[in-house]
Ligand binder design. Structure first.
Ligand SMILES: [Zn+2]
Ligand SMILES: [Zn+2]
Length: 242
């Protein structure tokens, strides 16, 4: 299973192509776009023919994780003529986002996700866990061919990746802040991300969703120290095998 970072800027876009949260998960037969943050749809098209998209997952309704669904809707409906693309999203998000489009036509097949739910998309098995974040938000575990990725989505320290089985091959964790400056406890610091990954015996840790302006080198150092090994920082167009 391959992970492509389409965008990783925390909460709002950053200069120089700094799109918000979006990831492409792929196997030979399956392509899942996880989070449609602003700026990620353009980046997605650099890695995938949109007609080959298998499904979309939206972890929650904050704009930095979902607004490029609007662009996808227009392309499917008026460009490609594709109908019923599965979109896995928290209950009610379909209606919440509807105000900007009047109707979704038949572009999507919306499927509500709840805490503890599991589903299979192509040859990727997904599990969802409700995180510590104000709107209903779901972390995602993706498993394929014996390899496993955990993506925290957005979360405060009241939830941890220990909601899933320990020992994941790759943890993609939000790390919005540095630990000495946490303006809102609805996100993690790099230190908290590192500590959680260490406790859950993650084989590898990638930090993402850094707040624009946070010094990436300092975040990486803080995360690495807490994790007890070196961490990687997500970057747009980074591709890694899980
Ligand atoms: Zn966010
Ligand atoms: Zn959020």
């Amino acid at each position: 299973m391959e992970l492509t970072v389409l965008g990783c800027s925390g909460s709002y876009g950053a200069p120089g192509g700094g799109a918000c949260s979006g990831y492409l998960l792929q196997t030979d037969t399956t392509s899942v776009w996880v989070d449609c943050g602003n700026g990620t749809f353009g980046h997605l098209q650099e890695h995938l023919e949109v007609e080959n998209l298998t499904a979309v997952v939206l972890t929650h309704g904050h704009p930095d994780h979902c607004v490029d669904i609007y662009g996808l809707h227009v392309m499917l409906r008026y460009g490609l003529g594709i109908e019923n693309l599965p979109v896995f999203a928290p209950e009610g998000l379909e209606k919440f986002l509807l105000a900007l489009v009047s109707d979704w036509g038949n572009a999507f097949d919306w499927r509500a996700v709840g805490d503890g739910d599991a589903t299979k998309i192509g040859d990727i098995d997904l599990k969802f866990s409700r995180t510590d974040h104000p709107p209903p938000t779901y972390a995602v575990e993706a498993r394929s061919d014996g390899r496993r990725l955990i993506y925290t989505a957005d979360t405060g320290p009241g939830w941890s990746i220990d909601a899933f089985e320990p020992g994941a091959d790759l943890v993609l964790s939000e790390a919005t802040y540095l630990h000495d400056s946490i303006p809102a406890p609805i996100h993690l610091s790099a230190k908290q991300a590192g500590e959680a990954a260490r406790a859950a015996r993650a084989q590898r840790l990638i930090l993402t969703h850094l707040w624009p302006g946070v010094d990436p080198a300092v975040a990486a150092a803080e995360g690495s120290e807490a994790y007890g090994g070196s961490v990687t920082l997500a970057a747009p167009h980074m591709i890694t095998t899980v």
